[in-house]
Design a protein around this ligand. Structure first.
Ligand SMILES: C[S@@+](CC[C@H](N)C(=O)[O-])C[C@H]1O[C@@H](n2cnc3c(N)ncnc32)[C@H](O)[C@@H]1O
Length: 220
């Protein structure tokens, strides 16, 4: 992995999740990382460099679960706070993102917390075989349903990597494209339930309610 946190101007943020305390190193400003060339090529924006409200809500939820021995993959992990919490609760975790620097920060933040989190470079539209060959007990993601172009790849990917007895947990701040994703999962026979969680920290433009979706594959 060639990207290194040392290449960025960074801050350390103390993040508390239940009884866990993390010292998260992250870029000082995600906005400063915008690269117009990258945007022109594939509309890539460095959203990975922030800790988003949905990620915090998902992390908080995972902290209350018994995850010992559970195989978990996080999609669009960014700084991967949920993955860190899952590892602290005894899960075997793979954190994925399509930005290499995000994974470098995850590796460093996990090491600082004395946790093991495997990282993998994954673009949802072209997932590597190394990801597809492993079914996971739990597929997690926070704030990934914000672009129409990603709905169909995410539906296919989630179905491809979730074990038949597994579950998917997605925290979503009521993004416009979430409905299309959920409709497609319904059509594919998944069952789902939703919990509405109030987030009391920094809000983004969608407000303070985060939807936590729990989806299970059709058992037929
Ligand atoms: C809004 S951020 C959320 C980050 C993190 N989950 C959180 O809640 O703090 C969306 C994340 O999805 C990742 N992402 C966007 N498009 C992707 C794609 N095609 N393949 C893989 N990751 C992608 C971004 O790099 C970013 O880390």
């Amino acid at each position: 992995m060639s990207a290194r946190p040392e290449q960025f101007e960074t801050v350390h943020e103390r993040v508390c999740v239940a009884d866990l305390i993390f010292d998260i190193r992250r870029p000082i400003s995600a906005e400063d990382l915008i690269d117009e060339r990258e945007y022109e090529i594939d509309e890539r924006l460095p959203y990975w460099a922030d800790l988003w409200p949905s990620g915090r809500v998902l992390a908080d939820h995972l902290a209350g679960m018994d995850l010992a021995g559970c195989r978990i993959v996080e999609l669009g992990a960014g700084l991967a706070l949920p993955s860190l919490v899952a590892a602290a609760r005894g899960a075997t975790v793979v954190a994925t993102d399509w930005y290499e620097p995000a994974l470098a920060f995850v590796a460093e933040n996990a090491a600082r917390a004395h946790l093991t989190v495997q990282t993998m470079l994954v673009d949802w539209r072209e997932p590597p075989d190394a990801l597809l060959e492993r079914p996971f007990d739990l597929v997690i993601a926070a704030d990934v349903l914000y672009e129409a172009r990603n709905v169909s790849p995410l539906v296919g990917l989630v179905a491809g990597i979730c074990a038949p007895t597994g579950q998917v947990l997605i925290a979503d701040p009521r993004r416009n494209d979430a409905a299309a994703f959920l409709d497609a999962m319904d059509a594919a026979g998944w069952t789902r339930e939703r919990e509405d969680i109030q987030f009391n920290g920094r809000r983004d433009e969608t407000g303070s309610t985060i939807h936590l979706h729990r989806l299970t594959p059709s058992r037929s």
